[in-house]
Design a protein around this ligand. Structure first.
Ligand SMILES: [Zn+2]
Length: 405
């Protein structure tokens, strides 16, 4: 039999155990009540690769064309062949005489398709085992960075990012986090046969520290609008993000009288310098329109964006302005507009970030950012009801510290 190297062939014994239960009043056979039979099967398994299809794999597994046709036709009743993707697995079972017994087409751990040969017939089936969702609560106390704290309690880095994203508009996790601050998260978790698969949506979260207490509650209204809101129904998102990049440190603050590192004269510094490695992506802090993108004197490569509510943001010393970021272009909040560099009057890679409000420079670290739309009035009551339940749940878990799942 010709079988490609990548197909794994296994021969194994199948034990069939038959038990005769003890029943009062019935005759119990004198012989051993447990009868054991055994059978040998051949299992061939293969992973679908790009450009391959089921017929090809079955051919590789030495199944005759007539039988291949019957198997695939039968499978088509349940499986859309266009959905077959590289990475799907095919397992074929044969008897010792190489006769086809069964095919297992495994899409993922939750879904498989089978074709079983019964006498001269073929029977297809779709077997689906949906994952179970459990609600879990995570509590923690910050020691070192938030990221390390999450990993330290056995949580994934995806969860830290999801959590940090929710509060990105109100907390700067790089500068405002202190040891001893606490956090709590209620998250949906996906399980398959009691094994943890992944975290799904965070449905509630809190952060408590010297900077204050923050809550976030997920809510989707009946019109399908979803967001995270605070305790009174205001969106956690602001019209402008707190920072346009993941920076290492602030190398220079907003100042009306700063000794310029290159010019060696005292002059105002109308912005904040965020030190970050060359090439670090820079995002627009809000929705808006590009009003300038190009070289401008000491700024080097500069992007200026106009936002609603009379805000204007400046991003200077860029190494590169992203393609398509030109005057008049529309940008979304969080959209990458360029990369950190050291162009213009600069001593090292950093982003000079400035904000103007009504045409006047303001301190980006102190700006009071207007929030995005709050929860709509017609759903507010419903939201507050849901929110109270979640908050109570958080308090409950916080006091009783249940076992993690
Ligand atoms: Zn600067």
């Amino acid at each position: 039999m010709k079988v490609r190297k990548k197909c794994i062939k296994r021969i194994f014994f199948l034990f069939i155990l038959v038990f005769f239960p003890f029943c009062r009043g019935t005759t119990i056979p004198d012989s051993n009540p447990e009868i054991k039979t055994e059978k040998v099967r051949i299992e061939l398994s293969c992973v679908l690769e790009s450009g391959e299809n089921i017929d090809y794999i079955l051919q590789e597994m030495a199944i005759e064309s007539n039988e291949r046709y019957k198997i695939t036709e039968c499978l088509k009743e349940y499986l859309d062949m266009r959905s077959c993707m590289p990475g799907d697995s095919i397992i074929v079972f044969k008897d010792l005489d190489e006769n086809f017994l069964k095919l297992d087409y495994v899409k993922n751990i939750f879904m498989r398709f089978t074709v079983t040969k019964i006498d001269t017939f073929y029977k297809a089936e779709k077997i689906e085992i949906p994952p179970s969702i459990a609600i879990s609560t995570i509590t923690g106390t910050v020691s070192s960075s938030l990221y390390e704290t999450f990993l330290g309690i056995g949580e994934s880095h995806e969860l830290v990012f999801d959590y940090a994203d929710i509060f990105a508009w109100v907390i700067d996790f790089l500068t405002e986090v202190q040891n001893g601050d606490t956090f709590e998260i209620i998250v949906e978790r996906e399980f398959f046969k009691n094994n943890f698969i992944r975290n799904k949506r965070i449905i509630a979260a809190s952060y408590k520290g010297e900077i204050g207490t923050y809550y976030a509650f997920y809510f989707m209204d009946l019109d399908g609008k979803e967001d995270y809101y605070d305790e009174v129904g205001n969106s956690l998102r602001k019209q402008l993000l707190k920072t346009p990049l993941q920076y290492r440190r602030i190398s220079s603050y907003f100042s009306l009288r700063r000794l310029h590192p290159i010019l060696k004269v005292r002059r105002p510094h109308y912005g904040v310098d965020f030190a970050a490695p060359n090439g670090t992506p820079i995002s627009s802090v809000g929705d808006g329109h590009v009003v300038f993108a190009g070289w401008k004197g000491g700024y080097g490569k500069l992007v200026v964006i106009n936002h609603p509510n009379s805000f204007k943001t400046y991003y200077g010393h860029l190494s590169r302005i992203k393609k398509g970021i030109v005057a008049g272009a529309k940008v979304k909040q969080g959209e990458v507009i360029g990369n950190v560099g050291s162009t213009g009057l600069s001593t090292g890679p950093h982003l000079h970030f400035g904000i103007k409000k009504y045409g006047k420079w303001i301190n980006p670290l102190k700006v009071d950012l207007p929030p995005a739309d709050p929860i709509s009035e017609k759903y507010k009551e419903l939201y507050l009801e849901e929110m109270e339940k979640l908050k109570l749940g958080m308090l409950f878990f916080c006091c009783f510290k249940p076992r993690p799942l």
